[in-house]
Ligand binder design. Sequence first.
Ligand code: ADP
Ligand code: MG
Ligand code: MG
Length: 209
Amino acid sequence: TPLFDTALAEAWIRSIAAAVEKEQDRLTELDSAIGDGDHGSNLRRGFDAALAALEGLQPTGPGAVLTRTGTTLISKVGGASGPLYGKAFRALGAALPEPAGPVALAEAMAAGLDAVRILGKAEPGDKTIVDAWTPAVAALRAAAAAGATLPEAAAAAADAAEQGARDTVPLRARKGRASYLGERSTGHQDPGATSTALLFRTLADVTGN
Ligand code: ADP
Ligand code: MG
Ligand code: MG
Protein backbone atom coordinates (compact mmCIF):
# COMPACT_ATOMS: atom_id res chain seq x y z
CA THR A 1 0.00 0.00 0.00
CA PRO A 2 1.44 3.37 -1.08
CA LEU A 3 2.70 6.05 1.28
CA PHE A 4 2.90 9.77 0.62
CA ASP A 5 6.57 10.06 -0.32
CA THR A 6 8.66 12.52 -2.35
CA ALA A 7 7.63 11.04 -5.71
CA LEU A 8 3.94 11.23 -4.78
CA ALA A 9 4.32 14.82 -3.56
CA GLU A 10 5.89 15.81 -6.90
CA ALA A 11 3.23 13.90 -8.82
CA TRP A 12 0.57 15.72 -6.80
CA ILE A 13 1.93 19.18 -7.69
CA ARG A 14 2.16 18.17 -11.39
CA SER A 15 -1.41 16.87 -11.24
CA ILE A 16 -2.67 20.08 -9.58
CA ALA A 17 -0.98 22.18 -12.27
CA ALA A 18 -2.63 20.07 -14.99
CA ALA A 19 -6.05 20.21 -13.30
CA VAL A 20 -5.81 23.98 -12.83
CA GLU A 21 -4.95 24.37 -16.52
CA LYS A 22 -7.95 22.23 -17.48
CA GLU A 23 -10.33 23.97 -15.03
CA GLN A 24 -8.96 27.50 -15.35
CA ASP A 25 -11.96 28.79 -17.31
CA ARG A 26 -14.48 27.27 -14.90
CA LEU A 27 -12.68 28.75 -11.88
CA THR A 28 -12.59 32.12 -13.61
CA GLU A 29 -16.29 31.88 -14.45
CA LEU A 30 -17.15 31.14 -10.82
CA ASP A 31 -14.99 34.05 -9.67
CA SER A 32 -16.59 36.33 -12.30
CA ALA A 33 -19.99 35.66 -10.73
CA ILE A 34 -19.07 36.64 -7.16
CA GLY A 35 -15.53 38.06 -7.32
CA ASP A 36 -13.17 39.70 -9.83
CA GLY A 37 -12.75 36.82 -12.27
CA ASP A 38 -9.10 36.03 -11.66
CA HIS A 39 -9.15 32.84 -9.56
CA GLY A 40 -8.35 30.62 -12.56
CA SER A 41 -5.48 32.79 -13.76
CA ASN A 42 -4.18 33.31 -10.21
CA LEU A 43 -3.90 29.57 -9.63
CA ARG A 44 -2.58 28.94 -13.14
CA ARG A 45 0.26 31.40 -12.58
CA GLY A 46 0.93 30.01 -9.09
CA PHE A 47 1.01 26.32 -9.91
CA ASP A 48 2.92 26.81 -13.17
CA ALA A 49 5.55 28.59 -11.07
CA ALA A 50 5.38 25.86 -8.42
CA LEU A 51 6.06 23.28 -11.10
CA ALA A 52 9.02 25.28 -12.42
CA ALA A 53 10.36 25.64 -8.88
CA LEU A 54 10.48 21.85 -8.51
CA GLU A 55 12.79 21.56 -11.53
CA GLY A 56 16.02 22.47 -9.78
CA LEU A 57 14.99 21.19 -6.37
CA GLN A 58 16.64 18.15 -4.77
CA PRO A 59 13.89 17.58 -2.19
CA THR A 60 14.84 15.99 1.11
CA GLY A 61 11.33 14.55 1.41
CA PRO A 62 7.68 15.15 0.50
CA GLY A 63 7.50 17.99 3.02
CA ALA A 64 10.22 19.92 1.18
CA VAL A 65 8.25 19.68 -2.08
CA LEU A 66 5.14 21.12 -0.44
CA THR A 67 7.00 23.80 1.51
CA ARG A 68 8.65 25.02 -1.69
CA THR A 69 5.26 25.02 -3.41
CA GLY A 70 3.82 27.15 -0.61
CA THR A 71 6.66 29.66 -0.79
CA THR A 72 6.21 29.91 -4.56
CA LEU A 73 2.45 30.47 -4.30
CA ILE A 74 2.98 33.26 -1.77
CA SER A 75 5.50 35.02 -4.01
CA LYS A 76 3.68 34.57 -7.35
CA VAL A 77 -0.04 34.97 -6.59
CA GLY A 78 -1.32 38.41 -5.70
CA GLY A 79 -4.93 37.46 -4.92
CA ALA A 80 -6.30 36.28 -1.60
CA SER A 81 -5.84 32.66 -2.64
CA GLY A 82 -2.04 33.00 -3.02
CA PRO A 83 -1.16 33.70 0.61
CA LEU A 84 -3.94 31.35 1.83
CA TYR A 85 -2.87 28.35 -0.26
CA GLY A 86 0.75 29.35 0.17
CA LYS A 87 0.55 29.27 3.97
CA ALA A 88 -1.45 26.05 3.77
CA PHE A 89 1.19 24.26 1.68
CA ARG A 90 3.99 25.57 3.89
CA ALA A 91 2.21 24.28 7.01
CA LEU A 92 1.39 21.02 5.28
CA GLY A 93 5.01 20.57 4.27
CA ALA A 94 6.31 21.41 7.73
CA ALA A 95 3.93 18.92 9.36
CA LEU A 96 4.60 16.05 6.98
CA PRO A 97 6.92 13.25 8.09
CA GLU A 98 8.50 11.02 5.47
CA PRO A 99 6.94 8.88 4.24
CA ALA A 100 3.42 9.61 5.42
CA GLY A 101 0.57 7.16 5.81
CA PRO A 102 -3.11 8.13 6.13
CA VAL A 103 -2.92 9.17 9.80
CA ALA A 104 0.10 11.45 9.29
CA LEU A 105 -1.35 12.88 6.09
CA ALA A 106 -4.63 13.67 7.86
CA GLU A 107 -2.79 15.55 10.60
CA ALA A 108 -0.67 17.44 8.05
CA MET A 109 -3.83 18.44 6.13
CA ALA A 110 -5.31 19.59 9.44
CA ALA A 111 -2.22 21.78 9.95
CA GLY A 112 -2.79 23.22 6.46
CA LEU A 113 -6.38 24.03 7.34
CA ASP A 114 -5.28 25.67 10.59
CA ALA A 115 -2.92 27.90 8.61
CA VAL A 116 -5.75 28.99 6.29
CA ARG A 117 -7.98 29.74 9.26
CA ILE A 118 -5.33 31.67 11.17
CA LEU A 119 -4.54 33.88 8.17
CA GLY A 120 -8.06 34.27 6.74
CA LYS A 121 -10.13 34.07 9.93
CA ALA A 122 -12.95 32.32 8.07
CA GLU A 123 -15.33 29.98 9.87
CA PRO A 124 -17.05 27.03 8.22
CA GLY A 125 -20.13 28.44 6.45
CA ASP A 126 -18.43 31.69 5.39
CA LYS A 127 -18.29 30.45 1.75
CA THR A 128 -14.52 30.03 1.39
CA ILE A 129 -11.73 27.49 0.98
CA VAL A 130 -12.48 26.45 4.58
CA ASP A 131 -15.85 24.97 3.51
CA ALA A 132 -14.18 22.34 1.33
CA TRP A 133 -11.00 21.81 3.35
CA THR A 134 -12.80 21.21 6.68
CA PRO A 135 -14.92 18.21 5.55
CA ALA A 136 -11.91 16.84 3.64
CA VAL A 137 -9.84 16.77 6.85
CA ALA A 138 -12.74 15.18 8.76
CA ALA A 139 -13.09 12.48 6.10
CA LEU A 140 -9.33 11.86 6.00
CA ARG A 141 -9.22 11.52 9.79
CA ALA A 142 -12.24 9.20 9.90
CA ALA A 143 -10.86 7.01 7.10
CA ALA A 144 -7.41 6.90 8.68
CA ALA A 145 -8.87 5.99 12.08
CA ALA A 146 -10.87 3.20 10.44
CA GLY A 147 -7.67 1.73 8.98
CA ALA A 148 -8.17 2.86 5.37
CA THR A 149 -5.28 2.76 2.91
CA LEU A 150 -3.89 6.04 1.56
CA PRO A 151 -5.85 5.76 -1.74
CA GLU A 152 -9.07 5.01 0.15
CA ALA A 153 -8.55 7.88 2.60
CA ALA A 154 -7.67 10.31 -0.19
CA ALA A 155 -10.75 9.29 -2.20
CA ALA A 156 -12.98 9.86 0.84
CA ALA A 157 -11.39 13.29 1.34
CA ALA A 158 -11.94 14.21 -2.33
CA ASP A 159 -15.61 13.21 -2.17
CA ALA A 160 -16.06 15.24 1.03
CA ALA A 161 -14.29 18.29 -0.42
CA GLU A 162 -16.46 18.19 -3.56
CA GLN A 163 -19.60 17.93 -1.43
CA GLY A 164 -18.33 20.82 0.70
CA ALA A 165 -17.77 22.93 -2.42
CA ARG A 166 -21.28 22.16 -3.72
CA ASP A 167 -22.67 23.05 -0.31
CA THR A 168 -21.30 26.59 -0.66
CA VAL A 169 -23.88 27.41 -3.37
CA PRO A 170 -26.67 28.64 -1.05
CA LEU A 171 -24.28 30.31 1.40
CA ARG A 172 -23.79 34.04 1.77
CA ALA A 173 -20.09 35.02 1.63
CA ARG A 174 -18.69 36.54 4.82
CA LYS A 175 -15.01 36.74 3.81
CA GLY A 176 -13.11 37.92 0.77
CA ARG A 177 -14.37 39.90 -2.23
CA ALA A 178 -17.59 37.90 -2.54
CA SER A 179 -18.66 39.25 0.87
CA TYR A 180 -19.01 42.72 -0.74
CA LEU A 181 -22.01 41.31 -2.64
CA GLY A 182 -23.91 40.43 0.54
CA GLU A 183 -27.09 38.49 -0.31
CA ARG A 184 -26.17 38.56 -4.03
CA SER A 185 -23.33 36.11 -3.30
CA THR A 186 -25.89 33.35 -2.72
CA GLY A 187 -26.73 30.91 -5.53
CA HIS A 188 -23.13 30.55 -6.77
CA GLN A 189 -20.46 27.99 -5.90
CA ASP A 190 -17.42 29.50 -4.22
CA PRO A 191 -14.35 29.52 -6.49
CA GLY A 192 -11.87 28.84 -3.67
CA ALA A 193 -13.88 25.92 -2.28
CA THR A 194 -14.00 24.59 -5.84
CA SER A 195 -10.22 24.77 -6.26
CA THR A 196 -9.75 23.12 -2.86
CA ALA A 197 -11.91 20.24 -4.11
CA LEU A 198 -9.55 20.02 -7.11
CA LEU A 199 -6.56 19.76 -4.76
CA PHE A 200 -8.11 16.81 -2.93
CA ARG A 201 -9.36 15.12 -6.14
CA THR A 202 -5.88 15.26 -7.67
CA LEU A 203 -4.46 13.84 -4.44
CA ALA A 204 -6.84 10.89 -4.75
CA ASP A 205 -5.88 10.53 -8.43
CA VAL A 206 -2.13 10.37 -7.82
CA THR A 207 -2.42 7.96 -4.90
CA GLY A 208 -4.20 5.56 -7.22
CA ASN A 209 -7.92 6.31 -7.17
P1 ADP B 1 -9.09 37.53 -4.91
O1 ADP B 1 -10.40 37.40 -4.19
O2 ADP B 1 -8.12 38.37 -4.16
O3 ADP B 1 -9.26 37.94 -6.34
P2 ADP B 1 -8.87 34.77 -5.69
O4 ADP B 1 -9.91 35.09 -6.71
O5 ADP B 1 -7.66 34.06 -6.21
O6 ADP B 1 -8.42 36.05 -4.91
O7 ADP B 1 -9.49 33.82 -4.56
C1 ADP B 1 -10.83 33.97 -4.13
C2 ADP B 1 -11.15 32.86 -3.15
O8 ADP B 1 -10.37 33.01 -1.98
C3 ADP B 1 -12.58 32.88 -2.67
O9 ADP B 1 -13.45 32.19 -3.55
C4 ADP B 1 -12.50 32.24 -1.31
O10 ADP B 1 -12.72 30.84 -1.37
C5 ADP B 1 -11.07 32.45 -0.89
N1 ADP B 1 -11.00 33.37 0.24
C6 ADP B 1 -11.10 34.71 0.21
N2 ADP B 1 -10.95 35.22 1.45
C7 ADP B 1 -10.77 34.16 2.28
C8 ADP B 1 -10.57 34.00 3.69
N3 ADP B 1 -10.49 35.07 4.51
N4 ADP B 1 -10.41 32.75 4.19
C9 ADP B 1 -10.46 31.68 3.38
N5 ADP B 1 -10.65 31.74 2.04
C10 ADP B 1 -10.81 32.97 1.50
MG1 MG C 1 -10.56 36.79 -7.59
MG1 MG D 1 -8.18 39.35 -7.51
